[in-house]
Structure formats: C-alpha cells, structure tokens
Design a protein around this ligand. Sequence first.
Ligand SMILES: Nc1ncnc2c1ncn2[C@@H]1O[C@H](COP(=O)(O)OP(=O)(O)OP(=O)(O)O)[C@@H](O)[C@H]1O
Ligand SMILES: O=C(O)c1ccc[n+]([C@@H]2O[C@H](COP(=O)([O-])O)[C@@H](O)[C@H]2O)c1
Length: 460
Amino acid sequence: MPKRIAIFGGSFNPPGNHHAAIAARLAQEFDEVRVIPCGPRPDKPVTDGVPSVYRAALADIVFGGLAKVTVDLSDFEQETFTRNHELQRRFEGDGELWHVVGADLLTGGARGESLIQRTWARGLELWQQVNFAVLKRPGYTLEAGDLPPHARVIELLVEGSSTEIREHLSQGKCVRSLVPPRAEAYLARYGLYRAPVPGNWARGTLEGAKFFLQADVENPRVQELSTLLEGRHVEAREADFINVIGGDGAMLRSIREHWRTRLPFFGINAGHLGFLLNAREQVTANSFPPSDVIFRQMPMLFLEFEDEEGRRHPAHGFNDSWLERATSQSAWLEITVNHVRRIPKLVCDGALVATAAGSTAYARSMGAAPLLADTPAWLLVGSNVLQPAHWRSALLSPDTTVEIRNIDPKHRPVQAYVDGLSMGRVVALHARMSRAAAAELVFCASHDMAEKIAAIQFGA
Ligand SMILES: Nc1ncnc2c1ncn2[C@@H]1O[C@H](COP(=O)(O)OP(=O)(O)OP(=O)(O)O)[C@@H](O)[C@H]1O
Ligand SMILES: O=C(O)c1ccc[n+]([C@@H]2O[C@H](COP(=O)([O-])O)[C@@H](O)[C@H]2O)c1
C-alpha cells in the first residue's frame, strides 16, 4: 500500500495551538504529515510582516516535536510560494497525497465558487483530480455538496486562527492559551508581531530551565565541568536549552546537529578561545542555569557547493565557509557579487565567507575586522591574496549573494569547508544569508558577546 501523506500547507503566520492540534490529529490518520509554511504570498501581503527566519523558527518550535510530522522550510529558504499543483507534482512519487484544507476554502464549492476553484492556480483541475483532507472549522458550515470529488472529512473541531494571535500580540495581550509555551517565549523575546522591526537579542533568564548536556568527553577539563552538573540534565525532548561544554568546535558541531530543535545553546568554554561560549568562571554549579542572560538570534549561511557536473549540494553554516587550495599551487578564483563579476581572478590560498558570529574566528586570522554580534552584515575575505595586490576583504549586506568559482579546477583544484567540516573538492561555492536557518546563543549578561568583541577591538 502506498504511504499516505498529508500535505498541510499554510501561512502559519504565526503557527498556534490550533495548527498543532490539527497536525497531531492528521498524524493519527496519515502515515506522514508534511507541514509546508509558504513564503511571500502575492495574495496575502500580511505574510511579509515578519521575516521568514523567525517564522521558520516558530514552525519548528510548534510542529517539530510531533510524531510523524515534518516541517519543510524550502519555501522560506527560496523566498517563494509553491502552489498546490506544484506540490502535487513534486511529491507525488513519495506516496498518496492528501491536500489539507480548512472548510473556509470549500464554501461555495457546489457552485464552483470556492476559494480553491476561484483563486488557486489550476484550481478547477485540482478540485476534480487530487485528494483533499478537509478540516471542519468553527464559523464555517460544511455542506456535503461543497466537497470536491475526492474528499475525506477529518473529525475534529478546533477554535483559533493566526489572525487572532496576531491581533493579541499587536495589542500586547497574553497569548498563553493560543500558542505553545516555547513559542510564546520566542515571540516575546524578539517582539514579533508587536514591534515594527523585530529584535535579534533580548535579556532574559534561564533560571529553573531544564537542559540537555552536550559534553566533549575526550577533554579532561570538560569531564571536570560535566561532573559538576552530573545528574541534573534531561533528555533533548524535555529540555529548554542545550548546554554545550567544550570549545568553539564542539559548539559548531552541536549547532549543526541540533539547530532544527530551535533550543537555545548555552556554552561553557573548556577550550582555547571559546568565542561562542561562556567563560568557565562565569558559571558556578550552584547558580546554574544562570538567571541573568542575553539571548541572541544569530542567522546562518545558506551555501551551495557546486560539483564538476554542475550539481549543487546545499548546506547551512553558522560561522563560515571557504574554498582552499588543495595542492601546492595557489588558487585562481573568480568572485561574483550580486551577479556582477567583481574580481575576475583572485590569486590566493583561498576565500571565505563569514557571519558576524564567525567574523572572530578564521576570518579574523585572515585579517578581517570582527563584526558586532547584532550586525546584519557578513563578510567575504581572501586568504594570502597575491592578486589583486591590495584586496583583502569586503563587508556584505544581508541580501547579497556571493559566488566564488574556481577558474582552473583541472590544474588548481580547491577543497570546500563549512564550519571546519570538509565538503570535498568543488568547483564553486554559492553563498548568501539563510532565510530559514538561525541559532540562538545565550550568554551571561555580565560577559555577553558584545563585551567579547569590545575586548578584541580595544584590547582585553
Ligand atoms: N481553526 C481551524 N480549523 C480548521 N482549519 C484551520 C483552522 N485554522 C487554520 N486552518 C486551516 O489550516 C490551513 C493553514 O492555515 P493558515 O496558516 O492560513 O492559518 P489561519 O489560522 O487560518 O491564518 P490567518 O488567520 O492568518 O488566515 C488552512 O487550510 C486553513 O483553512
Ligand atoms: O495553489 C494555489 O494557488 C494556492 C493559493 C492560495 C492558497 N493555497 C493554499 O491554501 C492553503 C491555505 O492558505 P491560507 O490562505 O489559509 O494560508 C495553503 O495550503 C495554501 O498553500 C494555494
């Protein structure tokens, strides 16, 4: 029997308890539920109010823990709205698809006047041909005659709408009964649907919060620290944050593995620099987790590594990504920014792109200035540049796209890396800031990341 898949699309702007209840109910009736939040909608300008990177985090927070439910962030990442007929084509090889729709979309179906028939691309064709999983919705009557030919009604009635949540938030009203607790905290931290421009850092507390421990046990200093916290940690699914003990490398590995949980990361440094972590002295066992902290939502890079056949392999990076010569020959790279060829031939050991968080790491050792933690800018830096003689680095705005292409892959092969992890030989790296991926890092307020950068800029 083919796998039965519910395609649950929507603007989820923001997602709430009503959406989570629907997804959980669908998971009882289908083998898999794919939640697909849409990017910018020409027919629904309100979807553009809050940047997609926050909406993506909220979708993961609200749906991520539900069994059999997956969240597809590709519309956010590609800044697009994939129509249902395209979803049908994209996923039909995976199983028997059921498009989930609320009763509000079917009203008038008997007369050919439902929203699906009137406003969806290829709506009339879809109405006749595809399967619909229909949700009853308070305030809308579902007449049998309004149903499409292949419909199945889901027995569930839930109150609630994103409009109501948005209205509550914009008026400063409590949304505790409308969204899950983690979503409520996240919405409040960054002033979403309330302030005209959302924030990217906030003061808060971890007091009483439960943590999942990620300790790099090979390191003896880590063992000593993790013994202090022994027996106090919980499983990832019960945790409020992830406690990483180790160095920057351990933090980067943890972010790579767990960013989709959207749990904040609090690091305790047992390594060398520990820029992404808190100093050991900041953390004492009896006052852990700390009560006065700063949360920082830090955007990640969206990267595509192009192989010799022209295939692109996507990845996300937190700190940086680079191309580096793979032999003793220097690399010859072409640098294109926003589709304009800016450096036709960069003769160098390599070239790197870094986020603000990563600007203090490898980028700094190549001579770039560290960026303030809350700046939206990112960096392009050359390593040991021989030509052009005076070019070293460039500051990039958030919506810039960068292409670093090897112009002589045969004689001068290059190797790609993301956050220190090798991606093998490639011919080009395409990079931009992600529209869906971000990680929250937490610092003790007394020694926040801003203070660390000041120490670098002015000397500790
Ligand atoms: N309370 C509900 N009962 C049944 N279906 C619902 C309910 N809320 C949303 N849906 C359905 O879920 C899908 C995604 O919904 P959407 O993201 O538009 O949420 P919404 O809460 O209706 O948003 P908004 O208020 O912004 O229009 C749509 O098919 C919609 O009809
Ligand atoms: O396919 C289309 O052209 C189309 C146009 C508008 C809406 N939809 C789908 O209708 C569903 C509910 O949309 P909405 O307006 O409530 O966010 C959601 O699954 C959307 O993807 C689909």
